[in-house]
Design a binder for this molecule. Structure first.
Ligand code: GAR
Length: 210
């Protein structure tokens, strides 16, 4: 089976979507080998423990530099022999060395229609701009922050009266569908990173992914 390691910092609703997909076999031949958090109080760790998945906490505040933190993180991940590393609300910027080590097997979900709104506060920025739609993007992680090639994108409408709470909830529910699907393609050997492009079934994906 394809071994996933999930990295998170918070609630872990995306992790829950992966757990559910593994349990109901929509994510066949895949196991979540471990969940790692940089925050001891992340609810995602509780979700993992309830599902019987091994967990680890590596607190970034205990390291003198980003490099030392990433080295500890890398050693922990590699102890599980992961095939694919899933960033699921992991709120730390990773060093170029770390990203290069996992190039092609490190994916992220970002709550915007990339290349729009990399970085933080995506929903507030979409509302402030008066956008009519928002969404989420699953992408391969490269050295450019939120800049790697897109795999799959989901769009939702923005309604009058939306605030960041209503908008983020509508986007999250889409995240829970598209993220396990991207992992499924990877596990099936259909998805890869080739010459800095996302490739699905031997076809280069467009800038916005599927
Ligand atoms: C998700 O909306 C995810 O797209 C976002 O954090 C949330 C995590 O929710 N990720 C980022 O902002 C990455 N910079 P969850 O903990 O419930 O899965």
């Amino acid at each position: 089976p394809c071994k996933l390691v999930v990295l998170l910092s918070g609630s872990g609703s995306n992790l829950q979507a992966f757990i559910d997909a593994c349990n109901n076999k929509t994510l066949p031949n895949t196991i979540i080998s471990a969940v790692i958090s940089n925050k001891a109080d992340a609810f995602g760790l509780v979700r993992a423990q309830q599902a019987g998945i091994p967990t680890a906490c590596i607190d970034h505040k205990k390291f003198a530099s980003r490099h030392e933190f990433d080295t500890a993180l890398q050693n922990q991940i590699d102890s599980y022999n992961a095939d694919l590393i899933i960033l699921a609300g992991f709120m730390r910027i990773l060093t170029p060395e770390f990203v290069r080590h996992y190039l092609g097997r490190l994916i992220n979900i970002h709550p915007s229609l990339l290349p729009k709104y990399p970085g933080l506060n995506t929903h507030q920025r979409a509302l402030d701009a008066g956008d009519s739609e928002a969404g989420a993007t699953v992408h391969f992680v490269t050295e450019e922050l939120d800049g790697g090639p897109a795999i799959i994108q989901a769009k939702i409408p923005i309604f009058n009266g939306d605030d960041t709470a209503t908008l983020s909830a509508r986007v999250l529910s889409k995240e829970h569908t598209i993220y396990p699907l991207a992992a499924q393609w990877f596990a099936e050997g259909r998805l890869s990173l080739q010459n800095s492009k996302a490739v699905l079934d031997d076809k280069e994906l467009p800038e916005s992914g599927v």
